[in-house]
Design a protein around this ligand. Sequence first.
Ligand code: HEM
Length: 410
Amino acid sequence: MRTTPGGVPVSAVDPFGDDFLADPFRWHGDLRDTGPVVWLERYGVWAMARYAEVHEALRDWATFCSSAGVGLSDFRRETPWRPPSLLLEADPPEHSRARTAVARALTPRTVRGLRDDFSYAAIRLAGELAGRGTVDGVADIAEAFPLRVFAEAVGLAEPGGEQLLAYGNMAFNAFGPRNELTMASLRQAAEVGAWIAAQCARDALTPGGLGARIYASVDDGAISADEAALLVRSLLTAGVDTTVIGLGCALDCLARDPAQWQLLREDPTRAGAAFEESLRYASPVQTFFRTTTRDVTVGGVLIGAGEKVLLFLAAANRDPRRWDDPDRFDLRRRANGHVAFGFGIHACIGAAMARLEGEVLLEALARRVGRLELAGEPRRRLNNTLSGFASLPLQLTPAEPWSPGVAAAG
Ligand code: HEM
């Protein structure tokens, strides 16, 4: 193992290189084993890939802050590509105020209220696809479903699937370096950014949706109208592509493992557990950065103040120090405690909604589809932060009409 003159483990790995992004899990073991804290010489940043250290850094927001950006770019020195998020790229007390406004709009009750509409949409989609034979698990399922339900839940005037996907892709690429992936997706920044901004205006949002509910905090003086627009933008940035990638990964896990699909078929109410385990196993959001606010010693390594630290959520979610047989997808596992939704004050505020989407969709498919198999080689999608598929050829065999799952689905 190479070390710096001060004895800190060094890695030459480029976590934003195509080789890495095409199969990130292949590299994680080395990063974890190199040490609790590793110096990534390519970018001059620190990295943590073990569960304990990642978890602790996520918890300790006062030392590992987000306001200098949760990407490689350091907002104290570089101008961000867009006005920073009031949630993701903020620290308390500003973060707390913004988070309260969104939490008031996206309560557990609100999410429960979405269940019937989401389930209906999932059952319809599963019914449409089950008899079709070969489908693309990404375009026909993982994109089609969230785009259908999410735009309506937020209250967007236009469905705008293409723009939502393009915006998510650029935002998550932009957390990485200015490599080809980032530059290519930012070429659409002006056009797609203008579309997104227009959707976030109060009068563009339909009454009763999540967007309108965020604006309700303007009326009681908790936030300004400009802040509300940025908070609606947060939902549009963080709520679509992440879920699309997550659903695609869940389908991939189940299609590769007939025994796991069978377990889900036998009891489709395991759908929530299956989605949770796929999040642990595949970690749609692979990494986020933090910036140190003070000198801090982690695992015997002194990290100075003002340094960037890359947290490998995906590597933490498969750390054998935390999980038994971590590279095995098993929906019977207790996947609780994974950091696929982050942890601490920035933990995903849309997690309940994402979980609802995953659960109702997988349940509907398990009731309608007898066999779910790969029909060709999946094509991975490269993104500096997200890891999943660009296309996932699937063969769907409809369930026998008399099987218990189908009867229960009505
Ligand atoms: C499977 C789908 C999803 C995954 C894997 C995911 C993952 C994450 C992660 C890892 C974080 C933590 C960021 C950090 O610590 O810096 C986060 C934060 C966030 N997520 Fe999600 N997310 C998903 C779906 C959603 C949805 C559906 C929404 C909106 C409805 C959403 C909105 C947000 C927002 C606004 C934040 C920032 C919270 C804050 O900084 O306080 N996410 N998400």
